[in-house]
Design a binder for this molecule. Structure first.
Ligand SMILES: Cc1cc2nc3c(=O)[nH]c(=O)nc-3n(C[C@H](O)[C@H](O)[C@H](O)COP(=O)(O)OP(=O)(O)OC[C@H]3O[C@@H](n4cnc5c(N)ncnc54)[C@H](O)[C@@H]3O)c2cc1C
Length: 404
């Protein structure tokens, strides 16, 4: 894979122009809109509708899931085309995987890998066309680090399953159309072999939710109370849910990488170069310059690791611990940046600035750093996964000791 984005082939150069022109035209109506972060405490109907409409238009062109098969709503394009879409959307402040608030980028690979032909025909096109918002329901009140101890029960009754349980810290400030739910279908069964993965409509009777106002975003508690689910919504077969979830958790935990650039760094450098009311500039302060230099090193290392993982994932050359290693580093960089912003900007780092989208806003990032300590696991789960990948896990060690 060639990351020299200046060296497009003639075909890719033409595609870049097509995408760039199209985005310029179709994002015009949203120019005045302040884009919210991946998780946000701000609900703005105009912003939400703009992003959903944009996703639908991208989806109809096959540009939301560019490398997936056309018959399921994808673009049937190459990774080089996907690179263009990733980079051009990122430049305009949006991630390709989440143009609006949905986790479809995780669910599509799972259904593609484990769904029956009928399930692929029914479930994939609406997700790939951007018609539905999907939430991921894994975490439960007793703890999200160890999701294999799932207590939400799904009991088979004739052609249906009846689901009972509670999930927590899931979804977004906007509403869901579909839910992916990890359940326990064999409470007495062996660990990892007693779970099942469902993809269900969010409006089935018995489903309700309440917002949770967390520091860096609205999440939800979802209650599943005798929810009757036809068996056709079980993906991957009964008691095979751990395999289904594991297939895409690799992506959530950094394995898919990223081609994104940091708007935060750009904004903070520009802010430090501005002349302040007292005639001074922050950038002339040696302590501020030290903070900026450290931030640049971290952000650039993060960017290169993101590109490395993107390359491994798309070239299908698995790297054992690249995902959790990158994820761990990202969490630490965000935490360090939250502190650096306060050191450089003082109280100004605690006030949102309307001129920046949330992802590049100082106040949002002050909250985002600590907030992302728990999200798709924690620093501890990252460490545990890295250890396992290196063959240092409890099970491997236990077997080694048993052998003597
Ligand atoms: C912004 C955000 C978005 C999220 N989005 C989703 C979502 O869309 N869907 C979803 O299902 N969940 C989501 N979550 C939940 C998230 O996955 C969990 O917060 C995370 O997995 C940790 O679980 P927990 O918060 O219950 O902490 P716990 O599991 O209760 O852990 C508490 C503490 O104990 C530590 N710990 C736990 N086990 C061990 C161990 N074996 N060894 C050492 N230390 C350990 C943890 O690292 C942590 O510090 C989200 C969370 C956040 C903050």
């Amino acid at each position: 894979m060639d990351f020299n984005l200046q060296a497009d082939t003639p075909e890719i150069a033409a595609f870049r122009k097509e995408v760039s022109d199209w985005l310029d035209a179709n994002m015009k109506e949203g120019e005045h809109i302040r884009l919210t972060g991946i998780w946000s405490t701000v609900h703005d109907d105009a912003e939400y509708l703009f992003r959903r409409r944009l996703a639908e238009k991208l989806g109809r062109k096959g540009w939301l899931f560019p490398t997936y098969a056309k018959e399921h709503g994808g673009g049937g394009l190459t990774t080089a085309h996907r690179n263009v879409l990733e980079v051009e959307l990122d430049r305009r402040g949006l991630p390709l995987g989440n143009v609006f608030y949905t986790r479809a980028e995780l669910v599509v690979p799972a259904v593609t890998m484990f769904g029956t032909d009928e399930q692929k025909r029914e479930f994939l096109p609406p997700m790939m066309r951007g018609d539905v918002a999907v939430w991921q329901l894994l975490t439960e009140p007793h703890g999200g680090s160890d999701i294999a101890t799932c207590r939400t029960r799904a009991i088979r009754e004739g052609d249906d399953y009846v689901i009972n349980g509670q999930k927590i810290m899931v979804g977004h400030h906007t509403k869901a159309d579909w839910l992916m739910v990890l359940t326990n279908t064999a409470p007495e069964g062996k660990r990892h072999e007693n779970l099942s993965w469902f993809y269900i409509p969010a409006d089935l009777p018995g489903i309700s939710y309440t917002h949770l106002n967390l520091m860096m975003g609205v999440k939800n508690a979802v209650y599943l109370d005798n929810v009757r689910v036809p068996a056709k919504y079980l993906v991957g077969g009964e008691n095979n849910g751990w395999k289904v979830a594991s297939a895409y958790l690799v992506l959530e935990q950094g394995g898919g990488g990223s081609l994104g650039e940091s708007t935060l760094l750009r904004n903070v450098v520009a802010r430090c170069e501005e002349v302040q009311p007292d005639g001074t500039r922050l950038i002339d302060d040696p302590d501020v310059r030290d903070q900026l230099a450290d931030m640049m090193l971290d952000v650039d290392t993060e960017r290169l690791w993101g590109m490395r993982n993107y390359w491994h994932y798309n070239e299908k050359t698995p790297h054992r611990y690249a995902g959790p290693q990158y994820f761990f580093f990202q969490r630490m960089v965000r935490l360090r940046n939250a502190e650096r912003l306060q050191k450089m900007l003082g109280y100004d780092a605690l006030v949102p600035e309307e001129r920046y989208d949330e992802l590049g806003d100082f106040e949002y990032n002050v909250r985002y750093g600590p907030g992302m300590m728990h999200g798709g696991g924690t620093l501890h789960t990252d460490r545990i996964i890295i250890s396992r990948c290196l063959g240092l896990g409890r099970n491997v060690e236990g077997k080694r000791q048993a052998k003597g």
